[in-house]
Design a protein around this ligand. Structure first.
Ligand code: AMP
Ligand code: GLY
Length: 421
């Protein structure tokens, strides 16, 4: 098989590495990839939004199917574009991608199918929103409708903050805003829950716990994710059943009624309150860094799984997992998620010898003449699988210390809730 991967983050490097474990995979191309994918596959200098250029490359190089990593091209309709050109793609269509592209689309779906979620209101005018806020309890959550790379969410402690958030959203901070979403603040513990689907059938694809804040103890600014562990400490049989029955199945049925096909990963961002699941958001892709944490646990051939999804034959596959506890720590550039430097050399990287069950997935890296440099806020993902989360974290930190990157910052407390409990 010849496979193309669209994207350039840690998630895409992890997918690339897993696909290449299969003898059935002859070649992988990454559009555009990073220094990590460059070591094991072939990077192609085409950006993720250059659909036409990707199409030409796919045809000329006989690529069997494409895997789309990030949300932006999915929301922009990359899957419909390739389907029209008879190219197989692992990813959801444009309408289904609205689950991530529009928070209001998802909220309306929740209302129609009675899916548990935070109580909410949608407002088209600043005045109406402010009037509502004056009669609300705090904290409260104010959200921009559109894709905002995780930045369009304000957790507001008082009326002043919330009015400012509404104003910023309507002033176009996250693109033209026709409306604003205001929702009840849910107090609980978050969990990332994944399924994989071929458009007809779906299978569970593990759980994880991300750590979105930049500082230890879940303090400081929100980031793309500073580390994760899998499985989540919260999952149990009873909760799993509730998630499937109350959230996943009504969503899949709702999409079917809309006549749209969901092929790909569906990622439910949940808040668990007293063993009850509430949907906070949907993403129409794998999580990052959850993907880097989960994929090393996969026993079944990933290329077979993706291919079966593209063919509508996921039911013919039994997805199996290793039992080990997986933990991922993200090494960032100092200053992330605000200002940080790029183009700094990652000198010791090739001196690290990874043992079985140890992985380094690149994110913001690039290679220049066989040397590897930083090229983003989140730079490398260190992942270790072992018999306990504590052991996995200790070993992960040892690897980061071996690299000893002068511009690196990481959270040493990833998994603290599961390790200290
Ligand atoms: P989102 O982009 O919708 O996932 O929101 C980003 C983060 O904001 C989530 O991961 C939660 O930590 C937090 N959040 C969003 N909505 C709520 C809510 N209704 N209650 C509490 N926290 C929330
Ligand atoms: N880990 C958060 C995300 O992928 O959106």
């Amino acid at each position: 098989m010849i496979i193309g991967i669209i994207g350039s983050g840690g998630r895409e490097h992890a997918i690339c590495a897993k696909l290449l474990e299969s003898k059935k995979v002859d070649k992988v191309y990454c559009f555009p990839g990073n220094a990590g994918t460059n070591l094991i596959a072939t990077n192609i200098e085409i950006k993720v939004d250059e659909f036409e250029k990707i199409k030409e490359f796919v045809i000329n190089n006989k690529i069997d199917f494409l895997v789309v990593g990030p949300e932006k091209p999915l929301v922009d309709g990359i899957v419909n574009y390739f389907q029209k050109n008879n190219i197989k793609v692992f990813g959801p269509e444009k309408v289904a991608s609205q689950l991530e592209g529009s928070k209001i689309f998802t909220k309306k779906l929740c209302k129609k199918y009675n899916i548990p979620t935070a109580k909410f209101g949608i407002f088209e005018k600043i005045k109406e929103a402010n009037l509502f806020l004056k009669n609300s309890k705090f904290p409260i959550v104010v959200k921009a409708d559109s894709l905002a790379a995780g930045k369009g969410v304000y957790i507001c402690e008082d009326i002043k903050e919330s009015i400012k958030a509404v104003e910023e959203i309507f002033n176009g901070k996250f693109g033209i805003a026709k409306n604003v979403l205001i929702e009840e603040f849910l107090s609980g513990e978050e969990m990332s829950y994944f399924i994989i689907s071929d458009g007809k059938n779906y299978k569970k694809f593990q759980t994880a716990q991300d750590h979105k804040r930049v500082l230890e103890g879940d303090k400081g600014k929100n980031t793309g994710g500073m580390g994760a562990y899998s499985p989540s400490r919260l999952i149990n049989e009873d909760l799993d059943k509730k998630i499937i029955k109350k959230i996943i199945e009504p969503t899949i049925n709702g999409l079917k009624e809309m006549n749209t096909k969901f092929i790909g990963f569906l990622y439910a961002g949940l808040m668990i309150v007293d063993n009850e699941p509430y949907l906070i958001e949907y993403n129409v892709r794998m999580g990052d860094p959850e993907c880097q944490t989960i994929l090393p646990k996969l026993k079944t051939n990933l290329a077979d799984i993706f291919f079966a999804c593209c063919e509508g034959k996921l039911n013919s596959i039994n997805i199996e997992w290793h039992d080990e506890k997986s933990l991922c720590i993200v090494l960032c550039s100092k200053g992330y998620p605000e200002k940080y430097k790029n183009n700094l050399p990652l000198n010791n990287l090739n001196k690290i010898n990874l043992k079985n069950n140890e992985f380094i997935f690149h994110a913001g890296t690039k290679s220049i003449k066989n040397e590897i440099y930083s090229n983003g806020g989140r730079v490398l993902n260190f992942v270790v699988l072992s018999n306990s989360f504590k052991n996995s974290r200790d070993k992960t930190i040892q690897l980061i210390k071996k690299l000893n990157w002068y511009n690196g910052y990481y959270r040493g407390d990833i998994g603290y809730k599961v390790i200290n409990s």
